[in-house]
Design a binder for this molecule. Structure first.
Ligand SMILES: C[S@@+](CC[C@H](N)C(=O)[O-])C[C@H]1O[C@@H](n2cnc3c(N)ncnc32)[C@H](O)[C@@H]1O
Length: 273
């Protein structure tokens, strides 16, 4: 049996739900907006959000009147979404803990199925695509968002540079991150086609993380995803502080103006059942 990485374990995501939302929701919301503009969910339509995280897409779709089921395998994430729903008094959105590889949803029951930088973590990505298709009514629409190639990530480049400078003896994990098993337009298109989807269209978009304070970002970034928590716990407190100082220095050197923008690219795939 293959060993699971931290980002394939529900409790690891549940533990960092709030930090994930704080660090990344302004970024993944841009992907959610793109998916909303392409799928145009309407009042009365049914939407299944798989690996919904803190719920940025689900909440948007519900505000447009769709009946949304927001799912995630991490209880902590689902609780986080539920709190937001309760706070916003939205009634057309439900939540349920579910593994995206085995959805507790009947066949052909949804108008739309979506997974935004979620299915990329599944041990069996193909099963994730098959499930997104299985739940769709004939002609139903699907959106999957994955990252573009990792070299297009300012954040990861800065992080690697900061560690190399601040803690030169530290050996960075050499293993390819699980999310990098499917990156770029061609890989995403192939997965959709293999799962039997029709009219597959992929577009690459920019994702910009705009930071008023790099220090504040750093304070949540270190526990914003299971791999980050694992990395910084192996670096230890003192080294993490050193790396942080270097990260802030590099990020503010890179961007002479006050507001720092970290760029990334994501691939948005739309297809039909
Ligand atoms: C990077 S977050 C993306 C969250 C959200 N879709 C967004 O756009 O911000 C990845 C999410 O995938 C969830 N996840 C990972 N593996 C999963 C699985 N097998 N089934 C369901 N959810 C999973 C995690 O709990 C986490 O909430």
């Amino acid at each position: 049996m293959n060993t699971l990485t931290p980002d394939q374990i529900p409790e690891k995501w549940g533990d960092i739900a709030a930090a994930y939302g704080e660090a990344f929701e302004t970024l993944t919301s841009q992907f959610a907006d793109e998916v909303i503009s392409r799928l145009s969910p309407k009042t009365g339509e049914t939407v299944l959000d798989v690996a919904a995280g803190t719920g940025s897409f689900s909440l948007r779709a519900a505000k447009l009147g769709a009946d949304v089921l927001a799912t995630d395998f991490a209880e902590g994430m689902v609780e986080h979404i539920q709190q937001r729903i309760d706070g916003a008094l939205i009634h057309n959105i439900r939540t349920q803990v579910m593994d995206g590889q085995a959805l507790d949803v009947v066949d052909a029951s949804y108008d739309m199925s979506v997974s935004i930088v979620g299915l990329i973590f599944f041990p069996d990505i193909d099963k994730g695509f098959a499930e997104l298709k299985r739940v769709l009514k004939p002609g139903g629409r699907c959106a999957v968002v994955c990252w573009d190639h990792p070299e297009n990530f300012d954040m990861m480049r800065l992080l690697k540079q900061s560690i190399a400078t601040a803690v030169p003896d530290f050996e960075m994990p050499v293993q390819t991150p699980v999310w990098a098993r499917m990156v770029g337009e061609d890989a995403l298109k192939e997965k959709f086609q293999q799962a039997g989807f029709n009219e597959v269209g992929i577009t690459t978009i920019d994702g910009l993380l705009t930071l008023d304070s790099v220090e504040d970002f750093w304070s949540v970034f270190i526990s914003s995803s299971p791999p980050m928590s694992a990395l910084f716990s192996s670096l230890g407190e003192e080294n993490t502080e050193r790396v942080g100082r270097e990260f802030v220095r590099l990020a503010t050197d890179d961007h002479k103006n006050k507001v720092v923008t970290l760029a990334s690219k994501a691939c948005v795939g739309i297809a039909y059942a």
